[in-house]
Design a protein around this ligand. Structure first.
Ligand SMILES: Cc1cc2nc3c(=O)[nH]c(=O)nc-3n(C[C@H](O)[C@H](O)[C@H](O)COP(=O)(O)OP(=O)(O)OC[C@H]3O[C@@H](n4cnc5c(N)ncnc54)[C@H](O)[C@@H]3O)c2cc1C
Length: 435
């Protein structure tokens, strides 16, 4: 082993990881290819640049994004420090002045005596302990190296995810379980629509507002992954031969085949989350809520992740990583950030903290740490590294945190209780492990 830890990528995860290591007395070499080699979405040479929105989401502990940020603060997060120092008014959310925020991160990292920033594209995996945090827009050469490391089928280059809803917000009285043609186990939750309901849904769908696509994202459509609204435009019945196909699905309550059926697939082992099968979409988020709530069983559905279609590089973490974010096949390697399959700025930064802490522990021959599952950070690491058939990136949300022992009906109170339990667990974990 060398006497430094190498971090690849000076984005949100890589800077957090470098900071954690440096603050604990470990020398870090941080490689960042910008400004010499650009990505399709970054515009500056600053470290920690936000590529899109300037919001780090809710500050409230009634919201899982608020909880995640609170935990990050307890762990001495650099991103949180710079965000709070450069906050702009944003209602209940943490909005930042993006340039001042990125400048703050850049200055703190570049001025840290234990960090050397090298502005160079990494094209192969370096020796020694390495944290790979090269993000959703990892350079092609490095992506090739990661593909070689992980195996072709374990690196995905785009994200075409369907929305996910919380189980308890689904009206199960308007659903039934059945498999198509009665084959296999009736694992899917079927949401029937009458002819009238279907055409109402269809009309809203084709009229709904979409996200504009970057040029580099247009290629996604050619990979056999059509957004539902584009499919719908081909004809008013097209969806009845695609994601809303009713054929072979009999509603046991009527003994008949409904006019149209939306299928929900269980998303996690605890069955607290379900995804809408075949609903990958590029609609704007409020539009997704408006249009998909027209499905009778989803009238009051709570969406914890909206459908997305964008360029994203992420590995098959459920197969490849331990909850410590260590790479199973080569223990000197860690992954952090969006490339692990978490989704979002703060989620990426949070995994940078976990990888940084565990890389430091490996460096000092200490036992690596799994964060408690009750915490937002632990739940995220647990989610991305638990077995899954169809792994898709995930934002933090209360649906992936284990439920309270005693159920609280009121959602606000329940979320606050989950946050309190998480913060207590995090404080205990920090004390016990001298973090
Ligand atoms: C177009 C787009 C829009 C997004 N919008 C949002 C949003 O609005 N809100 C949100 O919460 N999340 C958003 N995300 C998702 C995600 O949270 C961000 O991409 C986030 O920046 C990920 O953090 P990261 O540290 O993993 O990667 P990044 O912040 O992208 O950092 C990775 C760094 O690695 C560098 N790098 C790549 N390859 C190499 C190499 N070979 N050698 C050296 N350096 C390299 C890159 O230049 C970059 O600086 C968006 C993602 C994309 C692609």
């Amino acid at each position: 082993m060398t006497d430094v830890v190498t971090v690849i990528g000076g984005g949100l995860a890589g800077t957090e990881a470098s900071w954690v290591l440096a603050e604990r007395g470990v020398k870090v070499i941080l490689f960042e290819m910008r400004p010499f080699v650009k990505t399709p979405a970054h515009h500056t040479g600053y470290l920690g640049e936000l590529v899109c929105s300037n919001s780090l989401r809710s500050l409230s502990l009634e919201n899982a994004a608020g909880l995640l940020k609170e935990e990050m603060k307890l762990l001495g997060s650099l991103i949180m420090q710079c965000a709070l120092e450069n906050a702009v008014p944003a209602g209940g959310a943490l909005g930042v002045d993006r340039e001042a925020f990125a400048k703050c991160i850049t200055a703190k990292i570049e001025n840290h005596p234990n960090i050397e920033v090298v502005r160079k594209e990494v094209k192969s995996i370096p020796s020694g302990i390495v944290i790979i945090a090269s993000g959703p827009l990892s350079s092609p050469a490095l992506s090739d190296a990661i593909r070689e490391l992980t195996g072709e089928e374990h690196l995905y280059f785009y994200d075409a995810a369907s929305p996910i809803v919380i189980a308890e917000s689904i009206d199960f009285s308007k659903t039934f379980k059945a498999s198509r043609y009665g084959k296999g186990d009736p694992d899917y939750v079927n949401c029937p629509l009458t002819e009238e309901e279907y055409y109402d849904f269809y009309k809203s769908l084709i009229e709904a507002e979409r996200h504009p696509l970057h040029d580099f994202e247009k290629e996604i459509f050619f990979e056999g992954c059509m957004p539902i609204e584009v499919l719908a435009q081909r004809g008013e019945k097209t969806l009845l031969f695609g994601p809303l196909k009713p054929v072979g699905i009999i509603d046991p309550r009527t003994g008949k085949q409904p006019f149209a059926v939306v299928q929900l697939r269980q998303e996690n082992r605890e069955a607290t989350l379900y995804n809408l099968v075949g609903f990958q979409t590029n609609l704007k988020w409020p539009e997704q809520k408006r249009v998909f709530s027209k499905i009778p069983a989803l009238k009051n559905a709570e969406f914890i992740r909206y459908g997305v279609m964008h360029r994203n590089t992420f590995i098959n973490s459920p197969k490849l990583l331990k909850p410590t974010l260590q790479f199973k096949k080569d223990k000197r390697l860690f992954f952090a950030g969006q490339i692990t399959g978490v989704e979002g700025y703060i989620e990426s930064a949070a995994t940078g903290i976990v990888a940084g802490i565990n890389a430091e522990r490996l460096f000092r021959n200490k036992k690596l740490l799994c964060f408690p599952k009750e915490t937002a950070i632990g739940a995220l690491c647990n989610y991305i590294t638990s077995p899954k058939d169809n792994f898709q990136p995930m934002n933090i949300n209360f649906g992936i945190i284990p439920p309270l022992e005693k159920r609280i009906k009121n959602k606000k109170k329940r979320n606050l209780a989950l946050s309190k339990r998480a913060l207590d667990a995090m404080k205990k974990f920090i004390n016990e492990n001298g973090l």
